[in-house]
Design a protein around this ligand. Structure first.
Ligand code: NAI
Ligand code: MG
Length: 333
């Protein structure tokens, strides 16, 4: 087992619904890894709005700012005011969403292993909307050279560091000629700095199909905010569901790790949620902090439990509770 040399302050925001359940499960495993983590809990989400009149109190933002990294569970209906706002406020420009086949998880294919690198600060999710006539409304979508250059460069750096041979840009430049046209242009400009890495670009609609017909061909996908959100849920569907997909939000000096799923009100409070997406998010945090030994230990324990397949949650076709799956993972550490 790993004994961490470094002390870290970790912001913990469980949020709403199953966010709280998967967070508790994840912290109970981290507690067994002998890490020098000081957890500082913050409130955010629907319940927080009811209690405090705001879904994202200043105090919570301060906690994130003062921490080395943040673990986030899920928010409910207030998600846009919470997680989207945190990403923008903390300038967490890169959203990493790995899609990977694990054993016994109803993955549609073997050997899927790609990373979606999603621009996190602009695009459609600036949510700049207004009603412009009685029978319509308008939304602005912003694509800037700086932000797109930064995310595309991040994707190539990620590919290089992780021995990936290809980066795929996803856009809709045939229709959105100005915004996605610019995205595509910048993609090939940045690519010139990485001659050892192959490139290709697809329209987002075709990509939605290729993800089903030939997902093994993808290694790193780089795309804008909304497309990245949609394709990552599709990726989740490919490998067995939202209970398995973690994510990282990375900025210059802030990072937040969260499952891709939401608060799942349909199963909240029933001890049924799959905690693995949250746990894999914590593992991404461990690697971000350089705690690779602890990350490997945690990762292998999850892999062992999935391989045994006798303690799976109901989303994976089993009958184990959140707690039973968690205890099994702790046993395998
Ligand atoms: P969702 O991700 O919460 O749930 C979609 C489906 O997947 C549900 O059937 C749910 O039971 C299942 N599911 C999700 N995570 C699971 C897990 N760990 N184990 C087992 N099954 C799981 O998305 P939905 O239903 O569209 O939204 C519910 C609420 O969550 C909404 O209020 C939405 O605003 C919020 N949301 C928040 C996000 C965030 O905080 N980052 C992201 C997405 C949605
Ligand atoms: Mg989403």
């Amino acid at each position: 087992m790993n004994t961490s040399k470094n002390n870290y302050q970790i912001a913990v925001i469980p949020g709403d619904g199953i966010g709280k359940e998967v967070m508790e499960a994840t912290i109970s495993v981290l507690d067994k890894l002998n890490l020098n983590f000081n957890y500082v809990y913050g409130e955010a989400g629907d319940e927080c709005l009811k209690e405090n009149g705001t879904a994202l109190p200043e105090k919570t933002l301060e906690i994130i700012k003062n921490s080395d990294a943040c673990l986030f569970g899920a928010a409910g209906e207030t998600a846009a005011d919470v997680i989207v706002k945190i990403r923008q406020e903390m300038k967490m420009f890169a959203n990493l969403r790995p899609v990977k086949t694990y054993p016994n998880t109803n993955s549609l294919f073997d050997n899927i292993d790609f990373m979606i690198v999603r621009e996190n600060t602009e695009g459609m999710y600036i949510a700049d909307e207004e009603s412009y006539t009685d029978d319509g409304a308008i939304a602005r979508r912003i694509i800037t050279k700086n932000a797109e250059k930064r995310i595309i460069d991040y994707a190539f750096k990620y590919a290089k560091k992780n021995n990936k041979s290809k980066v795929t840009a996803v856009h809709k430049a045939n229709v959105l000629k100005k915004t996605d046209g610019l995205f595509k242009e910048i993609f090939y400009e940045v690519a010139k700095n990485y001659p050892e890495i192959a490139t290709e670009d697809f329209y987002v609609d075709a990509t939605a199909m290729y993800l089903i017909t030939q997902p093994q061909n993808f290694e790193v996908i780089v795309t804008t905010n909304l497309f990245g959100d949609i394709l990552s849920d599709e990726g989740a569907g490919l490998v067995g569901g939202l209970g398995l997909i973690p994510s990282a939000n990375i900025g210059e000096d802030a990072a937040l790790f969260e499952p891709v799923h939401g608060s799942a009100p349909d199963i909240a409070g029933q001890n049924k949620a799959n905690p693995i997406a949250m746990m894999l998010s914590a593992i991404m945090m461990l690697r971000y902090l350089g705690e690779n030994e602890a990350a490997d230990t945690f990762d292998n324990a999850i892999l062992n439990v999935l391989s045994d397949a006798d303690k799976l949650t109901s989303d994976l076709g089993g009958s184990a509770t959140t707690l039973e799956l968690t205890n099994e993972i702790i046993k395998k550490l």
